[in-house]
Structures are given as structure tokens and as C-alpha cells.
Design a protein around this ligand. Structure first.
Ligand SMILES: O=P(O)(O)O[C@H]1O[C@H](CO)[C@@H](O)[C@H]1O
Ligand SMILES: O=c1cc[nH]c(=O)[nH]1
Length: 290
């Protein structure tokens, strides 16, 4: 097997991967990703024991255990460009022999759970609630750089969404949650279709001072309905997470804590308390995982 080039998979002097600054043994089979580096400690404060804390740039990692279950929590920062870095380096840590630079004969599949914030686009999705993304439509370009294998249902939904968009040169893609992980983590939580935007303001239909080039984007998103399936919420990572997890053989589920409702124009009065509540709620669910 030809070794992966030093410039394709860059290692630091101590052998750790370039951006995450982690060594192969540092990553548990269950990985929680969060956008905000400060949220890592908000999760790991519930660990019984923290075995490592490492970081570089916005990529902060804590690994530890809760009731004997090993968990890694890692911040991605904002956006799918960071997801590209995090997922490729996480996968390299578990599936590539970093000494020989060759792919391991037996591949590890991680369970990856995003705990992030999000804005609902439908009136009936209340703020301060939790929503699991069954699928995500990316308005960012990340997955156009990777080979994707969309299923028939995904393709039909994507085609209908493209038809519903106003006249733009946007090129959406679609990716779904890991079905086994979604089934394991779902109880009565709401599920929905998430839009992953390449920005927070105009790409999510917000109007502050700069003038929007696609003024009807939000209306099209809110009104979209394909056989009863509608768009529920907006954020900035999930489609990249789902696309790369599928490309690399990992299971991923995105848990969205709804802080804003864009239809009613209400924002949460207690984002910190609500985030803490759902961190505990999601950690309790992780016992079902191997
Ligand atoms: O709260 P996090 O996990 O950062 O997620 C959401 O919040 C950020 C924007 O404020 C974006 O990263 C979006 O996806
Ligand atoms: O409206 C919102 C809220 C959180 N994160 C987002 O990306 N959008």
C-alpha cells in the first residue's frame, strides 16, 4: 500500500495530528462534538474522571469516563470548513497507522453526536426544545469535494428542494443521520430536516445592514413541503458532519438545541441553562451505546 504523503496527512513533531493535536489512543468510540470551545468543559464537568485535556486553535478535546463509559468531547468551532478538518483527522486517528501512513486492515466506526445550537424556521417548533436532524441539506460547498452516494429518497427530497429554491446559483447537497445511532438515541424527541448554512446572517436569511442577494431564501425554506416533509431548522455544521461520517463509515447524529424561532422572532432567555439541561439529557442517553 502506498503510504499517505506527509503533506496530505500532516503530523506534528510528537506524532499527533496537525490541527487536533491528538494521538491515536486519545479518542473514545463515542465522540461528542460541540461548536463552542467553552462548551467542552460544560460537558466534561459531568465526567467521573477526565483522563486528558488537549487542544490547539478552536479544537479543544477532553476524554474521560462516565460510569465506566469512555467518551471524548471535542469542539469544532463554527462551520463545515472546520468539520472537514475535524472529521478527516478524527478518522485518521482511529483508522490510519500513523507510523506507516497506511490504512488499518480493520476499520473503526465511531459514534459521533453533535450537541449544538440552532434556529427553528417553523412557528410550531418552540424555543428551548431539542430536535434531532434526520437529514441535512447543505447550502455550503463542502460535500461537493467528496464522492457521495445519495439514496433514492434523499435524491428525491434534494431535487424537490432545488425546485423550490428561488433563482440562485446555490448548489445544495443532502446527507442523512447514521440510522443505527439515530434509532439508539431517539425516544420522543422531535426529528426534522436541517439546513446547514455557510454563514449566520444572510445565509440564514438575517437582515442587518448588508443587503441580501437572495431575499426570498427564508420564505422558500419555510414553505418547502415534500410529501409532508418540511425544513425544521438552521445551523452551520450538520450536513458536513453527516456527509463525511457517511463517506468515512462513522455513525453521526446532530442534536439541535433550538434557541431561536425565526418565524416568531423570539430568542431564548436562558440559553446557558437550556444547554446544560440538554447536555445532561443527552449524556444520560449514551449508556445505550456500546
Ligand atoms: O452552538 P454551535 O454548536 O456552535 O452551533 C450553532 O451555533 C453557531 C452559530 O452561532 C454555529 O456553529 C451553529 O451551527
Ligand atoms: O439561528 C441560529 C441559532 C443558532 N445557530 C445558528 O446557526 N442559527
Amino acid at each position: 500500500m502506498t503510504p499517505i504523503a506527509e503533506t496530505d496527512l500532516i503530523l506534528n513533531a510528537d506524532g499527533s495530528v496537525y490541527h487536533l493535536n491528538l494521538m491515536p489512543g486519545d479518542v473514545a468510540d463515542t465522540v461528542i462534538t460541540v461548536g463552542d470551545p467553552d462548551r467542552v468543559a460544560e460537558v466534561s464537568k459531568y465526567f467521573d474522571y477526565i483522563e486528558l485535556k488537549k487542544g490547539k486553535r478552536e479544537f479543544i478535546t477532553h476524554t474521560g469516563t462516565i460510569s465506566g463509559k469512555r467518551i471524548t468531547v471535542l469542539s469544532t468551532g463554527i462551520g463545515t470548513d472546520n468539520i472537514d478538518i475535524v472529521f478527516n483527522e478524527l478518522d485518521a486517528l482511529v483508522n490510519i497507522d500513523l507510523k506507516t501512513r497506511t490504512v488499518n486492515p480493520h476499520l473503526r466506526s465511531l459514534n459521533i453526536i453533535r450537541i449544538g445550537t440552532s434556529g427553528a424556521v417553523q412557528k410550531d417548533i418552540e424555543i428551548d426544545t431539542l430536535l434531532l436532524s434526520s437529514a441535512a441539506i447543505g447550502l455550503d460547498p463542502l460535500m461537493h469535494y467528496y464522492l457521495q452516494n445519495s439514496g433514492k429518497n434523499e435524491q428525491a427530497l434534494l431535487d424537490a428542494f432545488k425546485q423550490a429554491l428561488p433563482d440562485t446559483n446555490l448548489s445544495p447537497y443532502i446527507a442523512s443521520a447514521g440510522q443505527a445511532l439515530l434509532a439508539a438515541l431517539s425516544d420522543n424527541e422531535r426529528q426534522g430536516i436541517t439546513i446547514t448554512a455557510p454563514g449566520f446572517y444572510s445565509p440564514q436569511g438575517r437582515q442587518v445592514r448588508a443587503v441580501a442577494a437572495v431575499p426570498n431564501l427564508m420564505k422558500a425554506v419555510q414553505q418547502f413541503n415534500f410529501n409532508g416533509q418540511r425544513i425544521t431548522n438552521l445551523e452551520m455544521e450538520t450536513a458536513g458532519i453527516y456527509g463525511l461520517a457517511a463517506a468515512l463509515g462513522h455513525q453521526a447524529v446532530s442534536c439541535n438545541i433550538i434557541l431561536a424561532n425565526r418565524a416568531t422572532q423570539v430568542f431564548s432567555k436562558q440559553p446557558g441553562t437550556i444547554m446544560d439541561y440538554y447536555i445532561r439529557h443527552i449524556l444520560e442517553k449514551l449508556y445505550v451505546l456500546r
